[in-house]
Design a protein around this ligand. Sequence first.
Ligand code: MG
Length: 382
Amino acid sequence: MNRLSILGATGSIGQSALDIVRMYPDRFQVKAMTAAYNIQCLAKQIDEFKPEIVAVIDKKQAFELSRLLTGTLRPEILFGEEGYIEAASYKNSDMVLLAMVGAAGLKPALAAIASQKKIALANKETLVMAGDIIMAKALEKGVSILPVDSEHSAIFQCLQGNREKDVKKLYLTASGGPFRKKSFQEFQHISLEDALHHPTWNMGKKISIDSATLMNKGLEIIEAHHLFNVSHKDIEVVIHPESIVHSMVGFKDGSVMAQMGRPDMKGAISYALSNPERLDLKMDFPDFTGLHFLTFEKPDTEKFPSLLFAFEACKEKGTLPAVLNAANEIAVNAFLEKRIGFMDIFRLISKTMESHTRIDNPSLFSIIEADSWAREKAQSLI
Ligand code: MG
C-alpha cells in the first residue's frame, strides 16, 4: 500500500491523481491532503478519500471547511505554511505528491525531503528556485524525486536502462501554446480568455498562461537541468504542436529515444506514483495513422523571449532563477487580474531580472530574500 500526502489536491494534477487512487483503491491510500482556495471541492474529496489530516491556507478557510464536512470520520484540519509542512512530512505517509502552484511548494518540498518521503514532483517552481539545494538534500537523505511534469516524466522514462554518462542531449517538446501562429503585431491584442484556452492540454490557470507565454517551457528547462544534471547547453526546446512526443533524449551514439502518448497527465502522474510499475489506465494510444504527421519546429524566441530569459537564468544560476520565477508569478497574477497586457508579462520579467544583483551559491535564506525582492520589484513596475 502506497500512503500518500497530496498537496494541491483540488488542482488539475491533484484531481487526476485522485482519479488514479479511485481506480486503484487496493494500492493507494490518501493520508493527507491540502488545498489553497477551492474549499468546497476539498470537502467533497475529504468525504470520499478520508485523509487523516488536511491543510488549507488560513484560519477562515479551515473554519469554512469544518462547516462543510459531512462525514463522520473527520480529519484534523490545519492551516497556513505549518499546515502544508505538516502534510508534507506526515508520519503516516510514504509518498508526497507536490502539486501546488508556485513558490509555495518550496518549504513543503524541503520538509518532505527532511522526513525522507518519496516525492512525486509536479511543482516545477520549487526546482527552479532552489534546484541545487533540493537535489543536494534529496541525495543526502536518499530521497527519490520522481517527475510528474509530462516532459520530465518522458525523459525519465527514456533514461530507464541507460547510463547517465551516455546522455548527450535533452529535447523538451512544447505544444507552442495557443499563440504559436499569431504574428508579433497580433500579440498586442491577446485577451485573458484567449490565453487561458490551451489547444492540447487541459490545465490550471497559472500553467495555462505560462504555456501561452512559453514561460512554462522556460521553467521546464531549469527543472530538467536540475533533475537530470544536464547543462543548459545540452537542452533544446522543440515545438511539437500535436503533443504526442512528450520529450526525447539523445545519446552519444546518435540514438534518440522519445516517449509518446496522448496528452493526458494521468500517464505521467501514475508513472511517478507507481514507479517502477506501470498501471493499466485504460487509455487509448495515439491514433498514428489518423494523425498522418508529427511536426517539429524551432521556437520563435523573438515572439517568446521567455525561453531566452530561462536559458540566461539557467546559465547564470545563483538567485537569478528564483527572481525569474517570482517576477513571472507576479506578472501572471497581474495578467489574470487584467491589470497588465500579455506583452507586459515579458517586459516585467525582463526588467526585474535586469535590476537584480545576483548572489552566487545562495543559501535558502538568500533565495527566499531574492524571491521577495523580485515580487516587490515586479509589483512596483506594474
Ligand atoms: Mg510540462
